[in-house]
Design a protein around this ligand. Structure first.
Ligand code: CP
Length: 308
């Protein structure tokens, strides 16, 4: 197929063929990552700005590495070091950056829709690196790549998404994507962390973790957003661990061939036991490796898929 989209804003807007196409390209870029010299000239002469208004380790580093491996020139801008601290708006920041003749902007922002807002107002390609509770499309793409690496196809797999679904942009992107593949999705969370909009989606909702973990090919655990705790969404952290954490005892009851996934950062001892994160079924660090390859593929395709 031929790539036609100018921006990468959400999984919702992608077709299944487009997701497959990105992942196929990412597998080729993973071969480059495994070489001693990890460099191709695909983005030579292009400038990329990584505009991160929220903290990040994995996404920012993997975009930065992807840009370097593709020979782009890139700069990182964060809230603390930019004039946003002096009251400058997102649009003014972006227009000033573009006046410096940039080609691509990768943006992480706390407001849902920030990446789309930018894409409608500047000429550069825009990549959504996480916008509030809306979507985190590159995370879902690297997750789909990791699952395909093990199971070849997503169709008919039984997937459990477990944890703080209410606040999770990763969960939204995953659900949009899995449903395009006819994956069988079960969601498990305390009722206060299960958003009402999910009633409109073809997913199973299960509040009993011990039932939810049965027969799943993929157990995808979400970060408990500890910063929300004081809002009283569940009685106590101890209660949450008892009712909804992937303890080692529960881990021993999941299917032999099941895999454990997590987008990071991990709260060990909260949403999952540290021994589960480090277990043989865990592919959490494979997800991180694939993140570089997926981000290389996205930047390459948005640039027109040309080698120079
Ligand atoms: N998964 C993820 O987005 O991690 P970071 O917040 O560290 O980028």
């Amino acid at each position: 197929m031929k790539w036609t989209k100018k921006h990468l804003l959400s999984i919702e807007e992608l077709t299944r063929e487009e997701i497959d196409f990105i992942i196929d390209n990412a597998f080729s870029f993973k071969d480059i990552l495994l070489r001693p010299i990890k460099k191709v000239p695909a983005l030579r002469g292009k400038t990329v700005v990584n505009l991160f208004f929220e903290p990040s380790t994995r996404t920012l580093i993997s975009f930065s590495l992807a840009e370097k491996h593709l020979s782009a020139d890139s700069v990182n801008v964060s809230t603390k070091t930019s004039s946003v601290m002096k009251g400058e708006s997102l649009l003014d920041t972006a227009k000033n950056i573009e006046s410096m003749k940039t080609d691509m902007v990768v943006i992480r922002h706390s407001s849902p829709g920030a990446a789309k807002f930018l894409s409608e107002r500047i000429n550069s390609n825009v990549v959504n690196a996480g916008d509030g509770t809306h979507e985190h499309p590159t995370q879902a793409l690297l997750d789909f790549m990791t699952i395909k690496e093990i199971y070849k196809d997503l169709k008919n797999l039984k997937v459990l998404i477990l944890g703080d679904i209410l606040h999770s942009r990763v969960a939204r992107s995953l659900i949009w994507g899995f449903l395009k593949y006819d994956t069988k999705v079960t969601l498990c969370a305390p009722p206060t962390l299960m958003p009402l909009y999910l009633n409109d989606f073809d997913v199973k909702i299960e509040y009993d973790i011990d039932k939810a973990i049965q027969d799943k090919d993929v157990v995808y655990i979400l970060r408990m957003q500890l910063e929300r705790q004081e809002k009283g969404l569940f009685p106590s952290l101890r209660e949450y661990v008892k009712e909804f954490s992937m303890t080692y005892e529960r881990y021993l009851r999941i299917k032999d061939k099941s895999i454990i996934m997590h987008p990071g950062p991990i709260n060990r001892g909260v949403e999952l036991d540290g021994n589960v994160a480090d277990s043989e079924k865990s592919v959490i660090l494979d997800q991180v490796t694939n993140g570089v390859a997926v981000r290389m593929a996205i930047l390459y395709l948005l640039n027109g898929g040309k080698n120079e």
